[in-house]
Design a protein around this ligand. Structure first.
Ligand code: URA
Length: 283
C-alpha cells in the first residue's frame, strides 16, 4: 500500500497499579448503575438481514512466519488473584438506551480524561442493520476531526479489504471502536479509558445484533474476549462474544507497518466469510 504507520506504542501503559484499576472498576460499575437508572426504555430498530456478497477469493501463497505479539491486556492485573473484568457484573442491570439517546450520551460523555482533549466523539459508521460488525481500537487524528471511524490511512486499507471481500462499507458493515474518543498522540488506550467506554460498545452490539463480529487489533480482540493472548494465537478460529461469533484479526494500522501480515489478514477475512455464509444459512 505504501502507507505509513499511524500509531505509536506507549511503553508501560499496562503497568497500572492494581488498587487504581480496582478503583476504576468500582467507579465504572457505579456509573453503569446510574446510566441504567437514567435510561428510558427505547424500542429497538427492526433487524434486516443483509445477504453475504459472493466474493472471489484471491489465492495467497506468501505465508509468513507467525508474528509474536505478546502484550499484557489493558484490562487485567498481573496476578490472577487480583484480576478485574471488563465485562460488567451480571448483577448490574444495564438498560439498553435507544440509538439516539445512546449517541447523545456518547457525544456528551465525560467519563474519562479523553473528553478534555477530543475534538468530538466518534460513534460509528455504516449500516446499523448490517450483519457484520467491525470493531477497532480508537479514533485517530482524522477520525477525531471528521467524527467518523476509519477515515484515515488505516481506514483506506480497511475499505480496500472490505471491497476485496465483496462487502460494501456503507451497506454491509457497521463499524465502531472500543474507545469513542481519540487518545492524544494516538497513544494506546489506557485501562481506565476502556473500562469507562465499555458500556457504549456493548450497547452498540446489543442494538446491531450482528451475525458476526470482526475484531480488529489486540485492543478490540483482548477487550471483547477478555484475554491477554496475542492475535497471532487467537486468529484462525471462531470465538464468541456473548454468544455472537467473533473472528480476531490484525488491525489495519498494524498491517500498514507489517505488510507481510496482510496475507494473514486476508486469510482471516476468508475464514470470516466462510463462517458468515454458514451462519446465514436457514436452519
Ligand atoms: N483505528 C481505529 O482503531 N479506529 C479508527 O476509527 C481509526 C483508526
Amino acid at each position: 500500500m505504501g502507507l505509513g504507520p499511524q500509531w505509536q506504542a506507549r511503553d508501560g501503559w499496562f503497568e497500572q497499579h492494581p488498587a487504581e484499576l480496582e478503583r476504576q472498576a468500582i467507579l465504572h460499575s457505579r456509573q453503569q448503575q446510574s446510566l441504567a437508572s437514567e435510561a428510558s426504555a427505547a424500542a429497538q430498530p427492526p433487524q434486516q438481514a443483509v445477504a453475504a456478497q459472493a466474493s472471489p477469493v484471491p489465492s495467497y501463497s506468501n505465508q509468513q512466519p507467525e508474528h509474536s505479539a505478546p502484550l499484557a491486556a489493558a484490562l487485567h492485573l498481573p496476578s490472577d488473584s487480583a484480576r478485574i473484568s471488563v465485562t460488567p457484573s451480571p448483577n448490574v442491570e444495564e438498560a439498553l438506551l435507544g440509538w439516539e439517546q445512546l449517541e447523545e450520551t456518547v457525544a456528551n460523555c465525560q467519563r474519562c480524561q479523553l473528553c478534555n482533549t477530543r475534538t468530538q466523539t466518534v460513534f460509528a459508521r455504516g449500516n446499523p442493520q448490517a450483519r457484520w460488525m467491525l470493531i477497532g481500537e480508537a479514533p485517530g487524528e482524522h477520525e477525531d476531526r471528521q467524527g467518523e471511524p476509519f477515515v484515515g490511512k488505516a481506514g483506506q486499507l480497511l475499505d480496500n479489504m472490505l471491497a476485496a471481500a465483496g462487502l460494501d462499507r456503507d451497506r454491509d458493515v457497521y463499524i465502531a471502536n472500543v474507545l469513542k474518543c481519540r487518545p492524544p498522540g494516538n497513544r494506546n488506550p489506557a485501562p481506565e479509558e476502556i473500562l469507562a467506554c465499555q458500556t457504549y460498545l456493548q450497547q452498540q452490539i446489543r442494538h446491531v445484533q450482528p451475525t458476526l463480529i470482526l475484531a480488529l487489533g489486540r485492543f478490540a480482540v483482548q477487550t471483547l474476549l477478555q484475554t491477554e493472548q496475542s492475535i497471532g494465537r487467537l486468529r484462525g478460529q471462531l470465538h464468541q462474544y456473548q454468544g455472537i461469533p467473533l473472528i480476531a484479526t490484525y488491525h489495519p494500522a498494524y498491517l500498514l507497518r507489517n505488510l507481510p501480515d496482510k496475507a494473514k489478514a486476508w486469510q482471516d477475512m476468508v475464514l470470516a466469510k466462510q463462517h458468515f455464509a454458514r451462519l446465514s444459512q436457514p436452519a
